[in-house]
Design a protein around this ligand. Structure first.
Ligand code: PGA
Length: 244
């Protein structure tokens, strides 16, 4: 019997927030003290420019910080870009790569692979996002699309997280059914093996989180809209099962 995988509750703030949001980790700690969440990790991925403003509050609140995307190079003439090393230096421990919003803006599986490798190079854990579109699901191709994305975008690294985020469920209020999520996550587990954290993402809210987080191969959630508000993020975190 292997140890149960620690749950990861991750908020992706996308392009939301300002310096006033530096108090949010402390708000989270008030709502759900670290002593009540020894069984899980809480992660906030703010816009990069806010990262250093959050570091002391996040550290005090035992909340981890991550970035939302990186350039694969260490440094260079890449205007507007940031490297994994820069995120590590600023206090991040995770990096989201291959989010469907970045894939829609041009990131290919090969780009995602290179970014995930770059994250590992800098000692960060990449959260590698995969997910099918509505057309692909309706054509019956959801499983093969996701399996192909994993094959092509996960490099040979030991520490990574997969986030399954059906594109049609992101920011739409449409959540995949627990049955659809279970089927997909079981297939991903077969593909990547034991030990890899598998997150579900796409309109996760306090109202639907319990059923999703209870699934055997769901080890946490990647949360957009509901992760901007610490009350809903804490409510979701409180619904994560305590293993053992
Ligand atoms: P959502 O976003 O929770 O607002 O649907 C999820 C995500 O994009 O990671």
């Amino acid at each position: 019997m292997t140890d149960p995988i620690r749950t990861l509750i991750a908020a992706n703030w996308k392009m939301h927030g300002d310096l006033g949001w530096a108090t949010k980790p402390a708000q989270f700690e008030d709502l759900m003290p670290a002593a009540d969440r020894a069984h899980l990790d809480v992660l906030i991925c703010p816009p990069a420019i806010l990262l250093t403003a959050l570091t002391s509050s996040a550290e005090a609140a035992h909340v981890r910080l991550g970035g939302q995307d990186i350039h694969a190079a260490v440094s260079g003439a890449h205007t507007g870009q940031m490297s994994a090393e820069m995120f590590a230096n600023a206090g991040a421990t995770y990096i989201i790569v291959g989010h469907s919003e970045c894939r829609a803006a041009g990131d290919t599986d090969a780009d995602v692979y290179a970014k995930a490798e770059a994250a590992a190079r800098a000692g960060l854990t990449p959260i590698i996002c995969v997910g099918e579109t509505l057309d692909q699901r309706e054509a019956g191709d959801a499983l093969s699309v996701v399996q192909d994305q994993i094959t092509a975008s996960v490099p040979e690294i030991s520490d990574y997280v997969i986030a399954y985020e059906p594109v049609w469920a992101i920011g739409t209020g449409k959540v995949a059914t627990p049955q659809d999520v279970a089927e997909m996550h079981d297939a991903i587990r077969d593909q990547v093996g034991e030990g890899v954290r598998l997150l579900y993402g796409g309109s996760v809210k306090p109202a639907n989180a319990e059923a999703l987080l209870a699934l055997e191969n769901v080890n946490g959630a990647l949360i957009g809209g509901a992760g901007l508000d610490m009350e809903s993020l804490a409510e979701i975190a409180k619904l994560a099962p305590k293993h053992g």
